[in-house]
Design a protein around this ligand. Structure first.
Ligand code: PGA
Length: 258
């Protein structure tokens, strides 16, 4: 089963920090470590307002920027929205699409689908978030839920776009807690195999298995190694633990070693 050669470690800062000075400090602190790690691709997803300033602070490829959301149209009368072309112009290489917190604010599977098409068309990598709720998890309907989420998101997405897609599996019930509440690695491994099976049914084994899958939901330094190794994922999407240079760079260093 193909796994990406580099671990993808993505920081989702969500609506933090409160000012540009702190955003720069956090980014520079992480960058210093990122440039020393040959086996890790670090990606930072700050709020939109910081993207263009942060894009002036790096030159190499070991660190990259991501938006936390994006709109599907290129330009026009869409008040408050930001297009993939605008992100590309300031060297944003990735875009999170369909995060559960956006879905919670009303984003549909159909919207997610349009966003995937729009960002990949601009050559930006879509980090496509999927994940079941607590209810689906306890009622055992999570596999059917994930299947529907994947099938709608990827409908008509061409094989040629797959090199610009990462799937981020983030069970909603595991988000924003602590390491003890993260998904158990063996359970993650089973779900990852299931997701790969769905992707293979859409694109064939070779192409489907190649799509990198990252895990998110209460990743901290103490569960990094076990999630990566036993969970068999290609990387991690880190929320609260990405707001501390010390904690996040430790996660990156562990990812370099495993
Ligand atoms: P968390 O957030 O690491 O704080 O659980 C992850 C996410 O929502 O992407």
């Amino acid at each position: 089963m193909t796994r990406a050669s580099k671990k993808l470690i993505i920081a989702n800062w969500k609506m933090n920090p409160l000012d540009l000075a702190h955003a720069k400090d956090l980014f520079i602190g992480v960058k210093e470590t990122a440039r020393t790690l040959s086996k890790v691709q670090t990606v930072i997803a700050p709020p939109f307002v910081y993207l263009s300033e942060l894009s002036k602070l790096f030159s190499g490829h070991r660190i990259a920027l991501s938006s936390q959301d994006v709109f599907w149209e290129k330009r026009g009368s869409f008040t408050g929205e930001v297009s993939p072309a605008m992100l590309k112009d300031i060297r944003v290489g990735y875009s999170i699409v369909g995060h559960s917190e956006r879905r919670g604010l009303g984003e549909s599977d159909e919207d997610v689908h349009k966003k995937i098409e729009a960002v990949t068309k601009e050559g930006i990598t879509a980090i496509v978030c999927i994940g079941e709720s607590d209810r689906d998890h306890t009622e055992g309907t999570h596999l059917a839920f994930l299947t529907a989420q994947i099938e709608t998101a990827f409908r008509d997405v061409k094989k040629s776009s797959l090199s610009k897609i990462v799937v981020a599996y983030e069970p909603i019930w595991a988000i924003g807690k602590s390491e003890a509440d993260a998904m158990k690695p063996h359970e993650l491994h089973e779900t990852v195999l299931f997701i790969k099976k769905i992707l293979a049914s859409l694109y064939g084994k070779q192409a489907g298995f190649k799509i990198p899958i990252v895990y998110g939901g209460s990743v901290e330094k103490n569960n990094t190694a076990v999630l990566l190794v036993e969970g068999m994922v290609d990387g991690l999407l880190v929320g609260h633990a990405s707001l501390s240079v010390k904690e996040f760079t430790e996660i990156m260093r562990i990812a370099q070693k495993v």
